[in-house]
Write a protein that binds this ligand. Structure first.
Ligand SMILES: NC(=O)C1=CN([C@@H]2O[C@H](COP(=O)(O)OP(=O)(O)OC[C@H]3O[C@@H](n4cnc5c(N)ncnc54)[C@H](O)[C@@H]3O)[C@@H](O)[C@H]2O)C=CC1
Ligand SMILES: O=C(O)[C@@H]1CCC=N1
Length: 266
């Protein structure tokens, strides 16, 4: 299986780092094209994959190609490759907002799949959602699931849910990083050293997420287990509700979802 990437930026790197550390594919079967020479050299040195400016040397040899360019540069990049790939190559787009209809209008002979991954793939803890285009078979979807589940979890969804997923789990890591940063600020304010405060905050987020996933309990039940009557936690929970943290998080994700919808219309 030969896997190619058009665009070797942050998200492509997270996927490559995930799949190579899990040994899903051999490095020699991974090809990355990026416009920046420095980026190609970095990816080649760090992950031992093939990387070059331009995809001419490998584009017609791929079983799968992942489009990992920004939405703003997508049309140009797609036009560079659409007549060069063979009909057997499965096209996977991770580009936010670009619909299957649009992708299929460019790649009319190919099976097309949309995926919304996230950067925690780089540490084996990604969350990806996959939806299949009209020509994608069950085998194609299974192959995509294998790639994206190799470094985390992958679910198959209907395309109408893609904007919601983009706003929640696609952008979500950025929202959680802001929260970890804010929690560590609170620790620093109380006299903790910055590195210790970051470790305390990040491990607390990690552990809490693990409890939600492994216990099967609703987050509200787990919160209740921490909240002793008349104790410290309820004081903090009261402030969170007073300051509208819950509403702010709903608004945050909703704004990201609305932007994803808008990008799909452009
Ligand atoms: N960063 C993230 O957390 C996530 C990003 N995505 C999607 O992934 C896509 C890529 O995002 P990032 O990796 O963050 O962007 P990025 O800006 O880090 O990477 C894009 C790369 O593409 C290269 N490039 C531009 N035009 C090119 C062309 N014609 N041929 C080859 N390379 C070209 C650029 O030099 C750059 O290195 C976007 O469409 C985004 O919506 C999806 C989920 C999460
Ligand atoms: O910010 C963005 O547009 C991309 C899509 C999801 C995460 N990053």
């Amino acid at each position: 299986m030969k896997l190619g990437f058009i665009g070797g930026g942050a998200m492509a790197e997270a996927i490559v780092s995930g799949i190579t550390s899990q040994h899903l594919l051999s490095c020699k079967d991974i090809y990355i094209s990026d416009h920046k020479k420095a980026r190609c050299e970095y990816l080649q040195t760090t992950y031992n994959v093939n990387s070059c400016i331009g995809s001419e040397s490998f584009i017609d040899k791929l079983d799968m190609v992942i489009l990992a360019i920004k939405p703003q540069t997508a049309v140009k990049a797609i036009n560079e490759i659409k007549d060069k790939i063979t009909a057997n190559t499965v096209v996977i787009s991770i580009i936010a907002g670009i619909t299957l209809d649009t992708l299929e209008s460019y790649f009319s002979n190919n099976a097309v799949i949309r995926v919304m991954p996230n950067t925690p793939m780089s540490v084996g803890a990604g969350m990806s959602a996959i939806c299949a285009g009209s020509k994608a078979s069950e085998n194609h979807v299974t192959a995509a699931e294998k790639i994206f589940a190799s470094a985390g979890k992958a679910i198959v969804i209907e395309e109408k849910l893609m904007d919601a997923v983009s706003g929640l789990s696609g952008s979500g890591p950025a929202f959680i990083f802001v929260i970890i940063d804010a929690l560590s600020d609170a620790g620093v304010k109380a006299g903790l050293k910055r590195n210790m405060a970051i470790e305390l905050a990040a491990q607390t987020v990690l552990g809490s997420a693990k409890m939600v996933l492994e216990s099967g309990l609703h987050p509200a039940q787990l919160r209740d287990q921490v909240t002793s009557p008349g104790g410290t936690t309820i004081e903090g929970v009261h402030i969170m509700e007073q300051k509208g943290v819950r509403g702010a998080m709903i608004d945050t994700v909703t704004a990201a979802i609305e932007k994803s919808k808008l990008m799909g219309k452009q």
